[in-house]
Structure formats: structure tokens, C-alpha cells
Design a protein around this ligand. Structure first.
Ligand SMILES: [Cu+2]
Length: 488
């Protein structure tokens, strides 16, 4: 890495000598010097990075020297609750949305270990906006389920940065929750404060409308149209309200690390009843003061700081206000302590801003599946019903809710000539997965379908459902047919 930088420098010097003076680098020795100092900060010791789940952040770097920092991040695809009775399959960095918070300092050399849990269905990768390198690490970190990738980078620029998955279809991976924040503190650390929290906004696109119960599939068309059903802080409605509200005491200095994963919307971040004393605009080095609302772009961040002067419940919102009261973009900061009538004489009652049906929910953290005895289908109707459930749980992430697939990435199952031509081949694909080029309805696909760990009964049901839906050839698959292919 150091070598490449040296080479860039040489090139730059040659350009300067050649009389190309419009390059600011030629006249600005100061910034070059600072840059080289950062690149050359030595790292002698190794340290395992502390990673935290939102809304918490790791210990500040303080005065510590630059180190080799080992980051161990596991990708988990897991079902969670968007709001009361509404289930969603989240794709996560570290089991939460947003993903684990990573805290570094300038000069650290990060050795990144990205692990894709063997129970996952899809390959993923990571693009960290704090990286100087192709794809922000994405090109070196593409990892299949059951594998681990390692790459490393030198932390050069201080600031608050977004990281996200950049695997095709990129928008879909981000929409399912694959984003988080990495903080790069300057030498000597950020100024100490009393409380720090981690908040990240995201928009979600579901088949059903807001509050519609049951497991909700991702809706690609709504995502393309940028019309989310949910806009939330920290992955689901009510992640930081009621008993899960953020807390502080009167007189404390609060620092919020606020990110926006998108994928679609820009956030107008605002705390009702507070003024930001300081905002690190866009997470960079410029500081603005006395700010009411700060813009956080999709794929961007901001650090906001304020002192809480009086007790009460302060509501954090995206000030595109229907998102707050009708789509979930609302959190609470509860401040306890002495009243100060000189600053504010009045009363804010807890809970008045809760949107209808905004019950407090948390994402399950155990990830343990209950073993149930398999219920066998006796009739065609039962096969269709069980098959539909299995399809929704297993195939829908790639082939989509109506089997339409995603152009260029996942082939359609609806009216698929490839599917309808050969039932044994379809059984084989579901049992063993598929790679290599295939042509479906005149379009070429060359990708990977991972083997699905399904029983003969499951395969029978899911393929019966697929063959008898969306204009397909209405074949009925039997367990005997599946068994024959399995034993081949
Ligand atoms: Cu991904």
C-alpha cells in the first residue's frame, strides 16, 4: 500500500516539474506533508476491534496509538419484526440493522474479516466509504455462504463513514438492511462528551402496505419508485421508543452518530425541542453551529452534538414529517433531572407522538429455529399451501414474490421455458443448486443458485406450487419423483 502511494507521489512530482501548476498539490506542501504523515503512521501493536449493536458505540479511541485493528464481522440473514405482527427477512452485518458500529482512528491498519454464515442463502460483500481503494473493499470481500474473506486497509481520513453491501442487485441488499457506520477519529480522539449513541435511518419496501401483518416480501417495483412503506431508525418501527428510548440527564452533552443507509431517501434529521450546538456536516471535518435540521444523504452521515438543558421526552424525526408519524421514522430521547423554568416552563408528556399501532418491538437475537415435526400434505390444495409458504420463506429473496425474477441477476420462474421444459432438471436444481450459463425465455443468466437444504416433501410442495402458478405448465410433482432425482 505504502509503495503505491510513493509511486503516486513520484508521478505528482514529475507533473509539477513538467510545469503543470494548476494541480493544487504542487503548491500546497502542507497538505502533502499531512497526507504522508498519515500514510506513514507506524502500527506496532494488534488489537481486536470492539463492535457494538445500535444504539450503542464502542469506547472512544482517546489517546491510543495507531494499531493493527482486527475487525471480525459476520453476515446473518434473519427474520425480524418490522412492527407489531409484521415480519421481514433482514440481511445484516452482525445480526442487527444497522450493522455493528466500528470505531477506528487515523493511522490504524484495519484487517477486515468478513464472514458469511453457512445458513445464509446469498453471497455478499462490503463497501466501506472509509477505504481508499477499488470498490471500498467490495472487490476483495465478495463472500459465499460458509466462507470468510480477509482484506486490509490503512485508515487515512478522519470522519464518520457509511459501509454497505455492494452485491448485485445492490439496491436490494441495502434495502434489506445491509448498512452500518465506521467512525475514524482524529489523532487524540474526538472531544469527550457524556453520552454517545448510534442511529441510522433506512427505508423499507414491502409487498403489503404499512402494518399489513405476516411475513412481508421485498417489493422491487416500490423500491425502484422510491415509495417505501416503512422509513425507520435502527431497522424497525419503535427501535428507540418507550422502554427502548435513549436516555440522558439534564446538563449532559450528547453526541449522536447519525447515518442514512437509504437506499432511496435523503433524511432531514431533526430533534424536536433541541438545537444542535454542533454538526459535523456530512460526517466530515467542517463544523456548523446552532442547527435545527441537518440533511443526511443516502449513503452519508453526520455527527450532531447538543447539551440537554431541561428534562422531558425529545422526539427524533425525519422532518419529512409523514415519514415520522406514518412510516416509523421516530425515536425518543428521555432526559431526567431538575426542571429549569427559566429555560422552559411547561410539560411534555411521554407517548403523545406514538404513531397508531406503533407498538414497541425488538428484533429476535437468538436466531434459534424451532424444530417441528414435518406435516405432510395429503391433498393438492395442501401441497399448494405448504409450497407457497416454503416459496415465501426460501425462494422469494431471489426469484421474487410472483416468480418474475430480477433482470440480469435471477431468472424468472413465471412462464419460464427452462422450468417447463424439464421437471427432473428443475428438481435437481432445487436439490443441488445451479451454476453456469443458462438461457431462460431468451435471456442469458450466469450466476449461482446455492443448494437449498430442503426435504423431499418440501421440494415436492414448492415445485408443485411453482408449476401451478403464474402461467406455468401445471405439472404435479410427487415425492417419488424427488426421491428418484436425489438417489440418481
Ligand atoms: Cu449483501
Amino acid at each position: 500500500m505504502t509503495l503505491t502511494f510513493k509511486k503516486n507521489l513520484v508521478t505528482k512530482m514529475l507533473l509539477c516539474l513538467g510545469g503543470v501548476v494548476f494541480l493544487s498539490g504542487c503548491v500546497n506542501d502542507q497538505s502533502d506533508k499531512k497526507y504522508n504523515d498519515t500514510v506513514d503512521i507506524p502500527v506496532n501493536q494488534e488489537m481486536i476491534a470492539e463492535l457494538t449493536s445500535p444504539p450503542f458505540v464502542p469506547t472512544p479511541v482517546g489517546k491510543r496509538m495507531a494499531k493493527k485493528l482486527i475487525v471480525d464481522l459476520e453476515i446473518q440473514e434473519r427474520e425480524g419484526e418490522m412492527t407489531g405482527g409484521v415480519k421481514y427477512v433482514y440481511w445484516t452485518f452482525g445480526g442487527t440493522v444497522p450493522g455493528s458500529f466500528i470505531r477506528t482512528r487515523v493511522g490504524d491498519e484495519v484487517e477486515f474479516h468478513l464472514k458469511n454464515h453457512p445458513d445464509n442463502k446469498l453471497p455478499h460483500n462490503i463497501d466501506l466509504h472509509a477505504v481508499n481503494g477499488p470498490g471500498g473493499g467490495a472487490e476483495s470481500s465478495f463472500v459465499a455462504p460458509g466462507h470468510e474473506k480477509v482484506f486490509s486497509f490503512k485508515v487515512l481520513n478522519p470522519g464518520l463513514y457509511v459501509y454497505h453491501c455492494a452485491t448485485a442487485p445492490v439496491g436490494m441488499h441495502i434495502a434489506n438492511g445491509m448498512y452500518g457506520l465506521i467512525l475514524v477519529e482524529p489523532e487524540g480522539g474526538l472531544e469527550p462528551v457524556d453520552k454517545e449513541y448510534y442511529i441510522m435511518q433506512g427505508d423499507f419496501y414491502t409487498e403489503g402496505k404499512y402494518g399489513e401483518r405476516g411475513l412481508q416480501a421485498f417489493d422491487m417495483q416500490k423500491a425502484i419508485n422510491e415509495t417505501p412503506d416503512y422509513v425507520v431508525f435502527n431497522g424497525h418501527v419503535g427501535a428507540m421508543t418507550g422502554d427502548n428510548a435513549l436516555t440522558a440527564k439534564v446538563g449532559e452533552k450528547i453526541r449522536l452518530f447519525v447515518g442514512n443507509g437509504g437506499p432511496g431517501l435523503v433524511s432531514s434529521f431533526h430533534v424536536i425541542g433541541e438545537i444542535f450546538d454542533k454538526v459535523h456536516i456530512e460526517g466530515g471535518s467542517m463544523i456548523n453551529e446552532n442547527v435545527q435540521t441537518t440533511m443526511i444523504p443516502a449513503g452519508g452521515a453526520a455527527i450532531v452534538e447538543f447539551r440537554v438543558d431541561v428534562p422531558g421526552t425529545f422526539i427524533l424525526v425525519d422532518h419529512s414529517i409523514f415519514r415520522a408519524f406514518n412510516k416509523g421514522a421516530l425515536a425518543m430521547l428521555k432526559v431526567e433531572g431538575e426542571e429549569n423554568k427559566a429555560i422552559y416552563s411547561g410539560e411534555i408528556r411521554d407517548g403523545i407522538y406514538l404513531p397508531e399501532g406503533g407498538a414497541i418491538q425488538s428484533m429476535p437475537t437468538d436466531g434459534v429455529k424451532k424444530e417441528k415435526e414435518e406435516v405432510k400434505a395429503f391433498t393438492f390444495e395442501e401441497r399448494m399451501k405448504f409450497g407457497k409458504d416454503k416459496f415465501t420463506a426460501t425462494c422469494v429473496a431471489c426469484h421474487q414474490a410472483n416468480g418474475q425474477g430480477i433482470p440480469g441477476a435471477f431468472p424468472p420462474l413465471a412462464k419460464s421455458d427452462y422450468l417447463n421444459a424439464d421437471v427432473n432438471r428443475a428438481i435437481d436444481i432445487v436439490l443441488h443448486g445451479k451454476t453456469g450459463e443458462i438461457t431462460v425465455n431468451g435471456k442469458k443468466y450466469n450466476s449461482v443458485m446455492t443448494a437449498q437444504a430442503l426435504s423431499d416433501e418440501d421440494v415436492t410442495n414448492v415445485l408443485t406450487y411453482v408449476y401451478n402458478s403464474w402461467g406455468n405448465s401445471k405439472k404435479e410433482v410427487t415425492p417419488e419423483m424427488v426421491q428418484a432425482v436425489r438417489n440418481k
